[in-house]
Design a protein around this ligand. Structure first.
Ligand code: AMP
Length: 397
């Protein structure tokens, strides 16, 4: 896909630039407890401000469902952005109408203003054209830097992009370029590693990936469903037996598409789901009836490493085992470190994402060593499912 970026924004000085950002940050009262999302949008804010634009930030917070809910005000977020940005960030009590307009009129070139929660208006989530018009009335240019909100067709993510000249911010651009390099026009062979708890939450994702990648490693709890569908007795493991047909269909589609599916060869089993639980590694024909598989075993880890070595591109979502509890994090950590090493050596383009995946890579200490780690959650998963993201589509040049 092609989209315009900040590089295409000449003469932005003095222009009212509406920038959609993700400031849905974790808060404790009025204190921001994790500034990751703020940090991600700083490059765009800084660049626009340095070029003399009037930077007007649009964002949502929580789910106030079209009402003014005081606890979901963005007011306490403005000082947190200001602190990290190193310059003042003004705040306006409404994102449309006279309140917003007069705050914007008071801006000098290069100033930054945050508007109140877009979701205080019902028109935001409904993508009401009148609301989008009211937003657009306050800007000359629209920049979307919130990939994580791009799977929603809302007024501030989609509607407005059809009304103003629209551009991708630096974070959006980085995300789209990383995703494009992984599944759009990747260097083959492409390996996908998909783990996590359940097949049921990832059917669309698996369906899409088997048509696009050359190898698919399935691990985590969801591998049990595939193994059971192939006749393996998985004991008390987390397993969706009712999805055996779905698993078989996915395997058949993969075969037709020439995608090699790699399932675990051995299992680390325990009788309790808790840290330090007694465990043993067994072959697939020896999973005890009263035990559950909480990680894949050493033989499986070796195969995953081999596949990583064979790949030029890696897309990863979901842990290979119950990585939050020791020692069932071994396979996830070993595979993540191996992928990180190859990435650092310049041999692998590695793109990972999805909530638990980010936590797993952080746990393995390698989040910074992957080519790109998406913190976008739902939007990243919808992209892995092959869905068109309305907020991205609307930016298409
Ligand atoms: P997801 O959100 O679908 O990516 O699932 C992540 C969760 O799957 C993590 O909390 C893991 O603990 C869990 N998980 C991974 N492997 C297993 C397994 N073999 N048995 C039970 N839970 C697992």
């Amino acid at each position: 896909m092609s989209f315009k970026t900040l590089d295409d924004l000449a003469n932005i000085a003095g222009q009212r630039t509406l920038v959609r950002v993700d400031l849905n940050v974790p808060m404790d009262g009025t204190t921001v407890t994790d500034t990751t999302r703020i940090e991600r949008v700083l490059p765009t804010i800084r660049e626009l401000s340095e070029k003399g634009a009037k930077v007007i930030l649009l964002a949502h917070f929580g789910r106030p469902k079209g009402e003014r809910v005081e606890s979901m005000s963005l007011a306490p977020v403005a000082p947190a952005v200001a602190k990290l940005l190193g310059k003042p960030v003004a705040f306006a009590d409404d994102c449309i109408g006279e309140t917003a307009a007069s705050a914007i009129a008071a801006l000098s070139d290069g100033d930054v203003l945050l508007l109140e929660n877009t979701r205080y208006h019902k028109g935001e989530e409904k993508n009401d054209p009148e609301f989008a018009k009211a937003l657009a009335a306050n800007g000359d240019v629209y920049v979307n830097d919130a990939f994580s909100a791009a799977h929603r067709a809302h007024g501030s993510t989609e509607g407005i992009a059809n009304l103003l000249p629209s551009y991708a911010g630096r974070t959006m651009q980085a995300e789209l370029e990383a995703l494009g390099s992984a599944l759009g026009e990747p260097k083959r062979p492409v390996l996908a590693v998909v783990g996590g708890a359940k097949v049921s939450s990832k059917i669309d994702l698996l369906d899409n990936l088997v048509g696009k990648v050359d190898m698919l490693v399935i691990g985590g709890g969801m591998a049990n469903t595939f193994l059971a569908a192939k006749g393996v007795n998985v004991g008390k493991s987390l397993c969706e037996h009712d999805l055996a047909d779905t698993a078989r269909k996915i395997m058949a589609t993969a075969e037709k598409a020439g995608c090699e599916i790699v399932l675990p060869l051995d299992a680390v089993v325990a009788r309790e789901f808790k840290a330090g639980a007694d465990n043993e590694t067994v072959g697939l024909d020896a999973i005890p009836a009263d035990a559950m598989m909480l990680d894949v075993g050493a033989a499986s880890i070796d195969v995953v490493k081999e596949k990583i070595d064979a790949a030029n591109t890696l897309v990863w979502n979901g842990p290979l085992g119950a990585f939050e509890i020791d020692p069932f994090d071994k396979a996830t950590v070993a595979a993540a470190r191996h992928a990180a090493q190859r990435t650092k050596a310049g041999e692998l383009n590695s793109v990972a994402g999805g909530g638990d995946t980010v936590a797993a890579l952080n746990h393995a200490g390698v989040a910074d060593d992957f080519s790109y780690v998406s913190t976008a959650g739902g939007a990243f998963l919808e992209w892995l499912e092959g869905k068109e993201l309305p907020g991205v589509k609307a930016l298409e040049a």
